[in-house]
Design a protein around this ligand. Structure first.
Ligand code: FES
Ligand code: FE2
Length: 331
């Protein structure tokens, strides 16, 4: 009889072998396979869209300052709550507009009171911006240098009304491609993150003629020898994004989007990149709706778990970038 998924619990995992006795994955993790998947990802169009951060981190009460690809930005909400993003320096004498006052959806510069809105002023013109409900995006055509698109190329997401979302941001000394390359190496999971993953098996490798994705079976470790087995697919829909879709198991149709946003301009000798990771979790489990209503309490926990993984993954990405810049990268 098929088990009611809402009653299914985490599984007790048979004791795992000691870390050093698990199956090595280095032979499967071919550098050329990862490099080819990365090359295809970075050659996909982005429409010049960059993730600024979590949508909820741009409040209606005050402007928010960000730097993306070396461009200083100010982001705010207009009178109807829509996202606006514009150059971060006041067109009069350059005051930082992130410190301006927000009055009736317009920025009022602190230095001499110039009021600036989404209609722009002379050369100071807002950039196209997009709020997808979880993430805020800006389109920077000069930095991107590609054919622009009217909106970002978003992956499929679970139904908004049944989703718990959490967004984590961290920054590292690397380029977006180093972040994407880390995600296109699923084989490091149970070796490098043994506290989080176990029994990782790569079932499908990227084939450009068939979905260009990894499919992975993995168990997320929980305390007391239990874990949640899932089957997940990883794809890179655009040059700065890797998406994990849970295909089967607990939380099927949940999504984790990893977006790499360059902070420094292209070609910078000491590049910095922000990793913005959005977890959009959904579940058939009873009580998940209640959990969703508890989202303000649960969100920091989800964020803390993602932050631990990303500390390690950023170390991987930074190491990759360092070796590349020294001409020592073996891939
Ligand atoms: S610098 Fe902004 S009004 Fe003068
Ligand atoms: Fe990782």
């Amino acid at each position: 009889m098929k088990q009611d998924p809402s009653r299914r619990g985490p599984l007790r995992l048979p004791p795992a072998p000691p870390w050093e006795r698990q199956s090595p994955t280095w032979q499967a993790a071919r550098p050329s396979l990862i490099a080819d998947a990365l090359k295809r990802a970075v050659n996909r169009p982005s429409g010049n869209w960059y993730v600024i951060g979590a949508s909820r981190d741009i409040p209606a009460s005050r402007p928010t300052g960000r730097t993306v690809a070396g461009v200083e930005l100010v982001a705010w909400r207009n009178a109807s709550g829509a996202l606006v993003a514009a150059p971060g320096a006041c067109p009069h004498l350059g005051a930082p507009l992130r410190e301006s006052a927000l009055c009736g959806g317009r920025l009022v510069c602190r230095w001499h009171g110039l009021a600036l809105g989404e209609d722009g002023l002379g050369d100071w013109q807002p950039f196209p911006a997009h709020d997808d409900g979880v993430l805020a995006w800006v389109r920077l055509d000069r930095a991107g240098g590609e054919a622009p698109t009217p909106a970002p190329l978003l992956p499929a997401r679970p139904q908004p009304g049944r989703t718990l979302d959490a967004v984590t941001t961290q920054a590292g000394r690397c380029e977006p491609e180093d972040v994407v390359a880390n995600r296109l190496d699923p084989w490091h999971g149970s070796w490098f993150h043994p506290y989080a993953f176990t029994r990782l098996t790569v079932l499908e490798e990227p084939d450009p003629n068939n979905g260009d994705r990894f499919v992975v079976d993995v168990a997320y470790r929980l305390p007391a020898g239990t874990g949640i087995p899932v089957r997940a697919a990883f794809t890179a829909p655009e040059p700065r994004t890797v998406v994990m879709h849970i295909l089967e198991g607990e939380g099927a149709t949940s999504v984790v989007e990893t977006h790499a946003t360059p902070l420094t301009p292209p070609g910078h000798p000491r590049p910095r990149t922000a990793v913005v990771e959005a977890v959009l979790a959904t579940s058939e489990r009873r009580g998940f709706d209640a959990a969703r209503r508890m989202a303000p309490l649960l969100r920091p926990l989800v964020k803390r778990a993602a932050a631990r993984l990303w500390r390690d993954d950023l170390a991987y990405a930074e190491r990759r970038r360092q070796l590349r810049s020294e001409g020592r990268f073996p891939g």
